[in-house]
Write a protein that binds this ligand. Structure first.
Ligand code: 1HN
Length: 327
C-alpha cells in the first residue's frame, strides 16, 4: 500500500528531544521506522557463517517413481515443466535447495514438448536417462541429449525441450533462481509453443558431452587438494562453477570447508559423503547438498563420478570466498 505524506505520524524533533529514558526514546523512534542499534532483536553479525540450510540428500529412485506417477496424471503442456523441486526442509522455505540455488528432477514423455521460454536466471541440466531424440532447443539450435551430458541454457537464452524418442527422458535442472529472487532482477518471456530448430548439433559452447568430459578427465592432473576434477569452461554462466570429479573407490578425499554453496549429483558409482556432522550415502542419480561453510569429505565406495554445481564465482567476485582444509 502506498503511504501518503499525510498518513505519516506527525512527530517533531522536540518529541525525541523530550525522551526521558531509553525505553521512552525507543517508543518515540518506532513510528518513524527507526530501530535503535543498541536494541536489535538479534545480532546482525556473527563470527563465522551460520547458514540455516541443511545438508540433505534426495534419492533418484523416489524422484523417478514420483515423475512416472506425474506422467500418468499431468501432461507437459499443463505442467509447463514436469519437475520435482528439491526443497531444503527449513522453516519458511518452500522452494530453494540452497540459499542461492535450486534443483529439480524433470521428465518428458515420448511425443511431449516443453514450451520455449527465457528468463534472467541461468539454468543448466545434467542428463540422467534418455534414449534417442530427446533434446533441448537453445536459441534456435537443437542439442540432442545423451546420458551424462551437461547442457547450458544461460540467462535470457530461449530454451524448450522435446522428446521424439521412444522412452521418457529424465534429467536434473540446476538454476540460480533463489539468487535472482534475492537481488530481484527477475524477467521472464514466453514463446508460443516450442521454438523450431534451424540446426542440430552436439558441438556447442552450451553442451559438455560425457565423451568430451571423460577425455578431459583422462588427461587431468589432481588439483592442490588431490581431486581429479575438471572445471567446465562455461563463461556464459556468470554465477555458477561447474565441476566433474572422478573418484577412485575406497579413496577418501580431503575434508574441505568453503563458503560456497554446493550441489552434488552422482553421475556414476556409489559411496558416502560427510557433510558437517552428518554422513550421507549416495548412488547414481542421487543429489546431495553442502550449504556454505560445512566441511565436506567424499568417501566413494567404488569408482564414482560426481557433478558439482557451486555458487563459487559469486563468492569470488564479491571477495567473500574462503576455503579451509580441515585435515
Ligand atoms: C526452467 O525453465 C526449467 O526450462 C526447469 O526446463 C526448471 C525451475 C525454475 C525456473 C525455471 C526448464 C526450472 C525452470
Amino acid at each position: 500500500m502506498r503511504r501518503n505524506q499525510e498518513d505519516l505520524p506527525v512527530t517533531g524533533f522536540s518529541d525525541l528531544a523530550n525522551a526521558v529514558d531509553l525505553d521512552d526514546l525507543r517508543r518515540r523512534l518506532d513510528p518513524l521506522d527507526f530501530m535503535a542499534g543498541w536494541n536489535k532483536h538479534e545480532p546482525s553479525l556473527w563470527k563465522e557463517p551460520r547458514t540455516a540450510f541443511k545438508p540433505m540428500v534426495w534419492r533418484w529412485d523416489a524422484a523417478k517413481a514420483g515423475l512416472d506417477a506425474a506422467g500418468r496424471l499431468i501432461d507437459a503442456e499443463l505442467a509447463e515443466r514436469r519437475n520435482l523441486f528439491m526443497v531444503n526442509p527449513i522453516e519458511g522455505n518452500h522452494y530453494a535447495t540452497l540459499r542461492t540455488l535450486v534443483s529439480a528432477y524433470q521428465m518428458l514423455l515420448p511425443g511431449e514438448k516443453a514450451r520455449t521460454h527465457r528468463h534472467s536466471p541461468n539454468a543448466l541440466r545434467l542428463v540422467l536417462d534418455v534414449a534417442d531424440s530427446c533434446y533441448t532447443v537453445v536459441d534456435g539450435v537443437r542439442i540432442d541429449m545423451q546420458p551424462g551430458d551437461v547442457l547450458l541454457t544461460p540467462g535470457m537464452s530461449w530454451h524448450g525441450h522435446g522428446n521424439e524418442g521412444s522412452m521418457p527422458g529424465y534429467w536434473i535442472d540446476f538454476l540460480d533462481v533463489p539468487l535472482v529472487q534475492l537481488l530481484e532482477p527477475m524477467f521472464l518471456d514466453l514463446w508460443e509453443g516450442l521454438q523450431s530448430a534451424a540446426q542440430t548439433t552436439r558441438e556447442s559452447p552450451f553442451v559438455f558431452t560425457m565423451e568430451a568430459m571423460q577425455a578431459q578427465l583422462a588427461q587431468a592432473q589432481p588439483d592442490e587438494h588431490g581431486r581429479l576434477r575438471i572445471r567446465l569452461d562455461a563463461p556464459s554462466m556468470p554465477t555458477t562453477a561447474l565441476f566433474m570429479e572422478k573418484m577412485e573407490g575406497g579413496r577418501s578425499g580431503r575434508l574441505l570447508r568453503s563458503t560456497e554453496n554446493q550441489i552434488f549429483a552422482v553421475v556414476s558409482g556409489s559411496g558416502s559423503s560427510r557433510i558437517g556432522d552428518e554422513s550421507f550415502s549416495w548412488s547414481r542419480g542421487d543429489v546431495f547438498v553442502a550449504p556454505g561453510w560445512h566441511a565436506v569429505r567424499h568417501e566413494p565406495g567404488e569408482d564414482a563420478m560426481i557433478f558439482c554445481v557451486s555458487d563459487l564465482p559469486v563468492h569470488e567476485k564479491l571477495g567473500f570466498h574462503r576455503l579451509r582444509v580441515e585435515d
